[in-house]
Design a protein around this ligand. Structure first.
Ligand SMILES: [Fe+2]
Ligand SMILES: [Fe+2]
Length: 218
């Protein structure tokens, strides 16, 4: 990493941290710090990955989360964040070529049919971000989020797949059923897959046990 690159990363971290200061902790700066670290770990086993691009993208990947929350989901944080990050990077002297690569990583970290991570750096960010949603950390974040929206610990009386997201019925268990248990199959890098397998196993055990304890089986 050159001094100039380190300077851009430091400025990006200050910018992102400030922009994310109003968020609840399930989607706040702590999450970004873990994603940056995980992205570095995955990048170390992907020889062709550019570490500067990976780190800058990880630091900036959720800078528009607050805009999505404020617009109650209308503004996609990946789309908006990728534009904000690009302008910030150009203003920080990053140069258009590298800024474009970082912009692309941020845009694709939220998988949609019309955009999927197509560079190794984008795949690394995607996997690092997804790993933070499963395993012990993922379980913790799911309950943290439930608490933030005032949801219940568990709610066996409703059809879990129909409960509304972001609502009081949006329990961590529902999140597990409709989303978290499928994440393992979506990983894109070898190291991401390996880690996801491990985290998935623990998470399944936890949620099965939660279901059994709540229902009185255990
Ligand atoms: Fe995100
Ligand atoms: Fe994220």
């Amino acid at each position: 990493m050159t001094r100039e690159e380190q300077h851009i990363l430091d400025a990006s971290a200050t910018f992102a941290r400030e922009r994310m200061s109003g968020l609840h902790s399930s989607h706040g700066w702590d999450h970004v710090e873990r994603v940056v670290y995980m992205a570095e770990q995955i990048a170390s086993s992907e020889k062709e990955a550019n570490l500067f691009i990976v780190k800058a993208a990880a630091i900036l990947h959720d800078i528009a989360r607050i805009d999505e929350v404020d617009s109650t989901g209308k503004n996609c944080h990946a789309e908006r964040g990728s534009r904000i990050a690009y302008d910030f990077l150009i203003g920080s002297g990053c140069g258009p070529e590298r800024a474009e690569l970082i912009r692309n990583c941020i845009l694709c970290h939220r998988f949609r049919n019309d955009r999927s991570p197509d560079t190794i750096e984008a795949k690394i960010l995607y996997d690092a971000d997804k790993l933070d949603s499963i395993g012990a950390v993922g379980i913790g974040r799911a309950f943290l989020f439930s608490g933030e929206v005032g949801a219940r610990l568990h709610n066996p009386d409703i059809d879990m797949t129909l409960a509304e997201a972001y609502g009081k019925e949006d329990t961590a268990y529902r999140e597990y059923l409709v989303k978290l248990r499928f994440i393992r199959d979506k990983m894109l890098t070898r190291e991401g897959k390996r880690r996801a397998e491990e985290r998935h196993r623990f998470m399944v055990e936890f949620f099965n046990r939660l279901r059994d304890e709540v229902s009185g089986v255990l």
